[in-house]
Design a protein around this ligand. Structure first.
Ligand code: COA
Length: 558
């Protein structure tokens, strides 16, 4: 079928549906929801058999839904109606939630239901639930709805509605004098990554994000107890919570201590070393060991890796290589493995060009440390979505095992034509060929985990459920394998041969020469794209590579 996506953005859920439907032979074209007239034009050009709205913030115009079947992906159980669906579910502590695919009509979310899928609701952040459970349920429900539509024999049924209002800041408000840590965590989780909880810090209005539980620290309710790296800890009536990110009025979302330099006066509350704390607390880099395997997690908010984070992670990795292990598993974070350099901290820097340069060098140092690791075999266990430089940073490991369901975006050009670094010019062509590498970079399209393995870019795609257990088992097998020494020797020989053919320093210098032009050259595209990205500006047009119906050689079907 020809399926048109009408969507607010090509977010990870829309990307996943795009790949899943494309894989099943459907022809997909995309139009961003910019204006009714633009959507109507897209429908006229593409003449779709079916329209799907994976992520919409406004109603579909009547001129479209009255003439075409439009399936809306609603992040709520059947009957749930209205915006802030997941927010209410988290804040109300619903035990089960779901995704409903319903047909667009005049009343929002009230049309007949084509399919739905349910899941147990984890106590987690909205953004995390959206990228994991909601996305999986959406795939299941959309594929089912599309099959039903194609069969021509299914009649969608209406279900009784449970409408709710949009969640307002007054519903989200936190009273630090009376609220428990659990209530505060649920409220911040329900508001993460947008819109956050409106509050005050240091007497200034701001929105809070990225809350972490704290098991041991105590103080007067509301008191700021201290800071650790970029997070601050605030007492509640029964404990304390950490706040990792804030957005000040008129500003962009930033690590808390960067947004509030005053936080520098709070007492520093460091952790001793890199080992995982035995009790819940704020810890972005954490090391654990089992069966000859060192596991290094780096749970950086949104997968963005600032200069300081890259340097600390390089330090932690160097320390991990001194431990008595055979294998090091780079686990990334729970929602993202890595999305490359930190565009927000770059934007906030006095000189974004200098900070871009420092950040790319810091991430390259990390990639180089992984590439040069000679004492252990290294594994990147990609359990969360990964984009741009993060995809190539993972490839610096000897093995890349990726969770089925993860979305990968192994290209840079969407960010103002960035050339990219992280040794991609060294790492990518041997895996996918020179033409393959060129095509991946040029097409700028998302890739699923199975596709990455089919292409030879990554090494194994492991089933979603049980990914962490599977990774630990496979890593322990590598560590204990009778061929371990031979593998390590082969790796050293390969590195030596590669170094002799062309030193890593040369690959790096060539990439960085291009990046220097991106950061400091006459073409400001990267700076403009970054500004739009970090300010979360709505799209004002659909890129041609997504809006296929706008291709010059596109023939409108008769
Ligand atoms: N730096 C800072 N923030 C980043 C980031 C980065 N490199 N990559 C993602 N984010 C943030 C987004 O701003 C967004 O923030 P929010 O919490 O305020 O909503 C959040 O992470 C999720 O990103 P989003 O784009 O909504 O997620 P997605 O899963 O739909 O898309 C990507 C994932 C990777 C395609 C997309 O985030 C992206 O293009 N990121 C930029 C990658 C890049 O160009 N890096 C620099 C070159 S190495």
């Amino acid at each position: 079928m020809r399926i048109l996506f009408l969507t607010h953005a090509f977010n990870s859920l829309a990307q996943r549906l795009f790949c899943e439907l494309g894989r099943r032979g459907h022809q997909i074209s995309i139009e961003f929801d910019i204006a009714d007239a633009v959507s109507e034009e897209a429908v006229a050009l593409f003449k779709p058999d079916l329209i799907i709205a994976p992520f919409l913030k406004r109603a579909i115009p009547e001129a479209i839904w009255s003439r075409h079947v439009c399936l809306v992906v609603h992040p709520g159980s059947p009957g749930d109606r209205g915006p802030s669906a997941l927010d209410w579910a988290i804040q109300n502590g619903e035990p089960e939630w779901g995704v409903t695919v319903l047909q667009a009509e005049a009343e929002m979310d009230a049309g007949p239901v084509w399919a739905s899928a349910l899941f147990p609701l984890r106590a987690a952040r909205k953004a995390s639930l959206y990228r994991h459970e909601t996305t999986e349920a959406a795939v299941q429900a959309v594929l089912c709805a599309v099959e039903r539509y194609e069969s021509g024999s299914f009649t969608a049924q209406r279900v009784p509605g449970r409408p709710h209002a949009p969640m307002r800041q007054s519903d989200r408000a936190v009273d630090w004098a009376t609220a428990s840590s659990a209530v505060i965590l649920a409220k911040l989780n329900a508001a993460d990554g947008f819109p956050g909880v409106s509050d005050e810090l240091f007497g200034q209005p701001c929105h809070l994000f990225d809350a972490w539980p704290e098991a041991e620290l105590r103080g007067a309710p509301g008191e700021l107890l201290g800071r650790r790296e970029t997070a601050i800890c605030r007492a509640t009536v029964d404990g304390a919570v950490w706040i990792g990110h804030v957005k000040r009025a008129g500003g962009i979302k930033l690590p808390t201590t960067l947004a509030f330099p005053e936080a520098g006066n709070l007492p520093e509350l460091p952790l001793p070393g890199w080992r995982k704390s035995p009790v819940p607390t704020w810890q972005d880099i954490a090391y654990e060991e089992a069966a000859g395997v060192g596991f290094l997690s780096f749970d950086f908010y949104n997968g963005a890796m600032s200069t300081a984070q890259c340097r600390r992670l390089t330090e932690a990795f160097a320390w991990a290589t001194t431990q008595p292990t055979q294998v090091i598993v780079l686990r990334g974070g729970s929602d993202f493995w890595s999305n490359g350099i930190h565009l927000n901290t770059i934007e906030a820097a006095e000189s974004p060009s200098d900070e871009s340069w420092a950040n790319i060098n810091a991430i390259d140092d990390l990639a180089e440390a992984i590439l040069r690791c000679s004492r252990q075999l290294t594994v990147a266990a990609v359990g969360g979505n990964t984009g741009a430089g993060g995809c190539f940073l993972a490839r610096a490991a000897d093995f890349v095992w990726v969770r089925d369901g993860v979305m990968l975006n192994p290209h840079y050009k969407n960010m103002g034509n960035l050339f990219g670094s992280e040794f991609w010019t060294y790492l990518l062509p041997p895996r996918v060929g020179v033409d393959g590498a060129r095509a991946i970079m040029r097409h700028r399209l998302p890739m699923t985990a199975p596709e990455a393995v089919e292409l030879g870019f990554y090494d194994a795609c492991l089933p979603g459920p049980g990914f962490a257990v599977d990774v630990a088992r496979r890593a322990a097998e590598l560590a204990a394998g009778p061929d371990f020494a031979a593998r390590l020797a082969a790796k050293a020989a390969q590195r030596q041969a590669d170094e002799a053919a062309k030193p890593l320093a040369v690959w790096r210098a060539e990439e960085l020469q291009e990046m220097r032009r991106n950061f400091y050259g006459f073409d400001p595209s990267y700076h403009v794209a970054r500004y739009h990205f970090v300010s979360r500006a709505p799209n004002s047009w659909t890129p041609r590579h997504l809006a296929r119906h706008r291709d010059l050689d596109w023939k409108t079907p008769a």
